[in-house]
Design a protein around this ligand. Structure first.
Ligand code: IPE
Ligand code: IPE
Ligand code: MG
Length: 247
């Protein structure tokens, strides 16, 4: 395993107080574009650059896992041109970035109802997950056609089936068993959730996994979220006292 490169960690951040896993709701692409007098899709294009920078920054500073919300189950309700643009964008970016992710030892994983995505995108997703599965650097998870409620329902159905088949007894259903049926099985819960563009909501993201995450909301629109913004979020996180219900 490659040692994490943490040389660039700003001096006011303490390595031992960094979140292990950061989750981001990348919001505000459309508003960013509108402010620049551009079509919404240009905001999504710029949003990809912001995500690439954040992934590198996490790696440079020693954050072990990053999960990004790219497309929700509710986002299908957007105009068809926008949805199609996003699907094509995801596919193009994946194809283009795979080589660099390999060089940088990134392990990429997609979570969500992937079967409902365009076939050609599913093919890129499978390839990127297979190619990077043995990489030991940052764990990068992309939530695509993801909904927290749908994930919980899918897990519930899978467990119900096992009970029906007599493989599991109802009193064996505990948190560990339940988690093993979530899309995120094997990934630790996020310590820090960042949402951009000032919205104070979770929008169906990681409903189970965020139970004890610290939440950081910034007015900054996603395409403008850069290292200095991330630095501010981490400083805020470091000052939090995480009590997990205790005193
Ligand atoms: C987030 O930006 C990206 C996706 C949901 C795909 P938005 O597209 O939601 O941007 P706003 O919220 O309309 O500004
Ligand atoms: C959440 O943003 C989904 C993603 C960032 C992919 P939305 O823009 O879809 O959320 P709402 O509609 O403001 O809650
Ligand atoms: Mg939005």
């Amino acid at each position: 395993m490659n040692a994490p490169i943490v040389l660039e960690l700003p001096p006011d951040l303490k390595q031992e107080r960094l979140p292990k896993h950061v989750a981001v709701i990348m919001d505000g692409n459309g508003r960013w574009a509108k402010r620049q007098g551009l079509p919404r899709i240009m905001g999504h294009k710029r949003g990809v650059d912001a995500l690439k920078d954040l992934l590198r920054c996490c790696r440079d500073w020693g954050v072990q896992a990053l999960t990004a919300y790219a497309f929700s189950t509710e986002n299908w309700g957007r105009p068809l041109e926008e949805v199609e643009f996003l699907m094509t964008l995801f596919e193009r970016v994946l194809r283009k970035e795979l080589r660099e992710m390999m060089q940088e030892d990134v392990q990429i994983r997609f979570v969500g109802n992937l079967n409902a995505l365009p076939r050609s995108l599913q093919a890129e997703i499978s390839r990127s997950m297979a190619d990077t599965q043995n990489n030991r650097g940052i764990k990068f998870t992309v939530a695509t056609n993801y909904g927290g409620r749908q994930e919980i329902l899918a897990a519930t159905k899978a467990i119900a089936l096992q009970v029906q088949q007599g493989l599991v007894q109802p009193d064996q259903i505990d948190e560990a068993l339940f988690e093993s049926h979530l899309y995120t099985a094997g990934i630790c819960d996020p310590d820090l959730l960042i949402r951009t563009s000032g919205e104070m909501r979770i929008s169906n993201f990681l409903l189970w996994q965020l139970a004890y995450a610290e939440i950081y909301i910034t007015e900054t629109l996603w395409p403008d979220f850069d290292r200095s913004e991330f630095h501010r979020a981490l400083c805020s996180y470091q000052e939090r006292e995480r009590r997990f219900g205790k005193v």
